[in-house]
Design a protein around this ligand. Sequence first.
Ligand SMILES: *Cc1c(COP(=O)(O)O)cnc(C)c1O
Length: 314
Amino acid sequence: MPLPTRIPLATWPTPLEPAPRLAVALGLAADDLWVKRDDLAGPAGGGNKIRKLERTCAEALAAGADVLVTSGAPQSNHARLTAAAAARLGLGATLVLEGDAPDGDRGNLLLDRLLGAAVVWAGEVGADGLVAAVHTEAGRLSAQGRRPHVVPFGGSSPSAAQAYVDAAAEIEEQGPRPDHLVVALGSGGTTAGLVAGLGAERVLAVHTGAVDDPAGTVGGLLAGMGVDAGPLRLRLDQVGDGYPALTRPVVDAVRLAARTEGLVLDPTYTGRALAGLVAAVRDRDVRPGERVVFLHSGGLPGLFGHPDAARLVG
Ligand SMILES: *Cc1c(COP(=O)(O)O)cnc(C)c1O
């Protein structure tokens, strides 16, 4: 029997919900805007990473792994969901996080510890330094007789990105054809899968500053998937002072979603994605009468771990 390429970690499909009050507040028609609730997918607070982990965990189990090793920012949602997936599958988890240990574990870090993951602080090492630190840690575990499986940064690989090709098909089945799928771009796998599934012209990806070269990152994943997508629609205007920053447009966007729909976004990813949609409607890149699906990709624990979260209500 062939080994499975997916191991179920959530209940599918996630809901696709209307957001008429938010639509009107953005300047769209009431039935133009729908929210794909991938924030409800999977254990431990949920989020988009669980779709990719269904694939990478299948690879890990097929390789006989007994511990997952991955990396991320201190408030990485991917690291938290890797810890949750590991717990569910009876594997260990080692999370190599950039920076130094903060005083007190908040947000995702609190959940990482609760889920039983080992946390290793890599220092301010940059993207290449983080990859090196993961391999050092995997080597250390192997030397102890463990069988580590490295899950890439953000869980994004060409095979993991296939999970969002499936998500694209799920969205197409759930309602009328979307003209625009709005998504936050971090490590790029979610965007790559959606582009492969829907076509580049229908995916509006909002860069968060998580990688240095978003077009190259997504292009590399697409090439690995054997997809020649053509020009991507990337918005690069929502990064502000960098990935950890909470920008004014994001404060406004997070408040707007909360106060029109009771929908809570996060300051790092989904808040930037909505701020990008606000800007796209202003630019007339997205127009009333066109159908928009906004991907709520999760991240709520990151809100509770954000040092400037109080500014959302101040
Ligand atoms: C990681 C993440 C994203 C971006 O997904 P990538 O596949 O890394 O581009 C979007 N939203 C949230 C909440 C995330 O944690």
